[in-house]
Write a protein that binds this ligand. Structure first.
Ligand SMILES: *Cc1c(COP(=O)(O)O)cnc(C)c1O
Length: 381
């Protein structure tokens, strides 16, 4: 079976992990800070806090933004459930903005209208979490202008997008946002097995995220509420979590980061080959914009004439591990129990009905891609 996504691990990755296992601290050693610095160097962000998953990162980014009981957080439903769950962890309510049918990212006109209405109803969100779906950046400059005028904190869920860019800057630069959250799960741009990071340019957010990731404990006398008792002393000044990344995981992430541009280059070549070879099939392909800057986490198509279930099964029977991204979050039973109903987000729901994710990963061979393309031709023509 050719999977829809797969990590690429080489000997250098293995050696860097083994090196930590043999020689250094397994956790709270020097590798995590080196990984964090390398993430800053790559993205241009001022601060990076490594965490044990993007889900943890989203949770504490919301906490750092001040999200609590009774607050409102907006996101999109065309995403993994963590994009919305993070707000629920903080006791906040969630609402969703519909997507644009071409980019499959948050729709700016919908957002604009919803913000106007929310202001009239005196129920503006405290935070907006945007998702760079499939690796294509949202239009951050426009979104920033809009949210800033309403005083909304802007968080980028960039789990799909590390290695992509926007207006000449790397995703993660936080040029147009308050915080950006990355994932290093094995299907993402680079992996640390499990892992993630929160990036920001603002010192206050960095301090706060770091506290929430480490039990709310500080060793910085400047942050303590009373003088230190001595060199052993620390204070817990917040209710934090243990969301630390280990040095073992960070070693893998750091080694993978050296290959990120190469991985993205391979993803781009494969995406371009799909574009050139399947354009005549009855499919909607990713938007043209994505060919400029996407990190190509997913190569998703929409079936315009065929039944998705039947195509999915036929392709699986031929060894093609196509997948579907995403089951709209608001249609999950947990969110249905909160009152969301089918029909609430027409574009998101319509997209889900006909979406199919084709295999795409850096180590995919030309032969494997040819097999996928031949199978698509057989099933769709
Ligand atoms: C993968 C993913 C997450 C969660 O990442 P983890 O590191 O597995 O917690 C969050 N948001 C999106 C959009 C994702 O694709």
């Amino acid at each position: 079976m050719i999977p829809y996504g797969k990590h690429s691990i080489d000997d250098a990755d293995v050696e860097s992990v083994v090196d930590v296992l043999r020689n250094q601290f397994l956790t709270q050693g020097s590798v995590v800070p080196r990984f964090e610095q390398a993430l800053c160097d790559y993205t241009g962000a001022n601060y990076a806090i490594a965490v044990n998953s993007a889900t943890s990162g989203l949770h504490i980014a919301c906490l750092a933004a001040g999200v609590g009981q009774g607050d409102l957080v907006w996101t999109v439903a065309n995403s993994f459930v963590a994009s919305a769950n993070c707000a629920r962890f903080c006791g906040a309510d969630v609402d969703f903005v519909d997507i644009n049918p071409l980019t499959r990212n948050i729709d700016i006109a919908c957002l604009e209208q919803k913000l106007r209405q929310a202001q009239q109803n005196n129920r503006l969100p405290k935070v907006l979490i945007v998702v760079h779906f499939a690796g294509l950046s949202c239009d951050m400059q426009l979104i920033r202008q809009l949210t800033q005028s309403y005083g909304i904190v802007l968080i980028e869920d960039a789990a799909h997008a590390l290695g992509g860019d926007y207006l000449g800057q790397k995703i993660g630069s936080c040029q147009f946002s308050d915080m950006t959250v990355l994932s290093f799960h094995p299907v993402k741009s680079i992996t640390s097995a499990e892992g993630g990071a929160v990036l920001t340019n603002k010192a206050e957010y960095a301090t706060s995220v770091s506290l929430f990731a480490k039990h709310g404990i500080t060793r910085d006398p400047a942050l303590m509420v009373s003088p230190s008792d001595g060199p052993w002393y620390y204070q817990q000044i917040e209710l934090g979590y243990n969301y630390r990344l280990s040095d073992v995981h960070a070693a893998l992430g750091l080694s993978q980061l050296q290959k990120l541009d190469q991985f993205i280059g391979q993803r781009r070549l494969l995406a371009e080959r799909y574009r050139q070879t399947i354009a005549t099939l009855p499919l909607l392909l990713p938007s043209e914009e994505s060919y400029m800057s996407s990190a190509w986490h997913l190569y998703m198509v929409e079936l315009t004439q065929h039944d998705r279930l039947s195509v999915y099964q036929q392709l699986h029977n031929k060894g093609i591990g196509v997948n579907v991204h995403y089951i709209p979050i608001h249609l999950q039973p947990y969110y249905q129990n909160l009152g969301f109903r089918k029909g609430y987000l027409p574009n998101t729901e319509h997209y889900y009905q006909q979406a199919l994710t084709l295999p795409l990963f850096p180590s995919m061979t030309e032969e494997e891609q040819t097999t996928v393309i031949a199978a698509l031709n057989e099933v769709l023509l």
